[in-house]
Design a protein around this ligand. Structure first.
Ligand code: ASP
Length: 327
């Protein structure tokens, strides 16, 4: 019998590693309280799927993760993926900013070995905790070599998603994650994984050396009556790029146009939407070219911010940045 694949669990915190004191309410718990090893100890069945190693990189509630944490995580995962004795990786993470970290990993990790993120909505100590099964399913996916070509994936709620297609869609329901554009790549039944279509290769956009820091990009929300002074304030405050999370299909309020022209003359401005699915397409509903804006394409505003940060870190100009969003 072939030896089981060697999978490393890298924990970063989140509710999946959360603990609540006895008798606590549903929202009274500490995220990231359990180390990676403890998550595996609570899951003896995982040993039937893989030979497991573990490390705790962060113990954070994902609301407190910063772009510097993305860089540290990417660097560590690149190291692990380069090791011949690692066949795949599982990353545990909070659901709050999973979408952003997932995007950063998708942009920067080499393809070849599966990297599966997972998370949970209920702390490990809660009745009906969803973390253990999500983790077990993530390990199953990480032990499936053909998934290595797809780039990072997210396993949660019996589904397997592309990292760049995931978002948090509910504040507390257990089935909180949903797709931005395509929908799940596969479904789990217990630890069996059923893939809908053959996994396709998607190259990492940034495979070069990591920057020391990521340029600051602000997200500005569009809403009825939103003041254009927000735009000038963000640029004056030092934002090196802007993402607009606008209503509808990236609908730009008329009264924003003068401030947007001032901003776009200084920094790249991406036209995205606050709607949790669909995307914003170039020259649709707005003349991006005439106003010097970049349409977010198939990226949510949150993932557009991550992509813009990495593009700016590489020193790309507006045309090259627009090309990134067209991918
Ligand atoms: N606040 C938690 C976190 O993102 C929520 C979760 O994990 O579901 O770390």
């Amino acid at each position: 019998m072939a030896a089981l694949p060697r999978i490393t669990l890298v924990a970063t915190g989140g509710t999946i590693a959360g603990l609540a004191p006895a008798g606590a309410g549903a929202f009274e718990y500490q995220a990231g309280a359990l180390a990676a090893e403890a998550l595996l100890q609570a899951l003896p069945q995982a040993g039937e799927l893989a030979r497991l190693g573990s490390e705790t990189l962060f113990s954070l509630d994902s609301k407190d993760l910063e772009p510097t944490h993305w860089l540290r995580l990417i660097a560590r995962l690149r190291d692990l993926l380069a090791q011949p004795e690692v066949d795949g990786i599982v990353v545990t993470h909070g659901t709050d900013t999973l979408e952003e970290t997932a995007c950063a990993l998708d942009l920067c990790l080499p393809r070849g070995k599966p990297v599966i993120l997972t998370a949970a909505m209920r702390p490990a100590s809660a009745p009906g905790a969803d973390g253990p099964l999500n983790l077990l399913q993530a390990i199953r996916a990480a032990a499936t070599p053909e998934l290595g070509a797809c780039g990072p994936l997210v396993a949660a709620g019996d589904r397997l998603w592309r990292a760049r297609d995931i978002g948090k869609r509910h504040t507390h329901a257990v089935d909180a994650l949903g797709a931005f554009a395509e929908g799940p790549l596969g479904l789990f039944r217990g630890t069996a994984l059923h893939l809908g279509a053959s996994p396709t290769a998607a190259a990492a956009l940034f495979s070069d050396a990591l920057p020391e820091r990521l340029p600051w990009v602000d997200i500005l929300p569009g809403y009825a009556g939103a003041a254009p002074s927000l735009i000038d304030a963000a640029v004056a405050d030092g934002a090196e790029g802007l993402v607009l999370a606008l209503a509808g299909h990236g609908s730009v309020p008329e009264r924003w146009l003068p401030a947007l022209a001032r901003a776009a003359a200084r920094v790249p401005v991406v036209r995205a939407s606050r709607i949790p699915a669909g995307g914003v397409w170039p020259q649709a509903n707005f003349d991006d070219a005439a106003h010097g804006l970049i349409a977010a394409g198939s990226r949510s505003a949150w993932q557009a911010r991550v992509l813009l940060s990495f593009g700016l870190a590489r020193g790309l100009g507006k045309d090259a940045l627009a090309g990134l969003f067209a991918t």
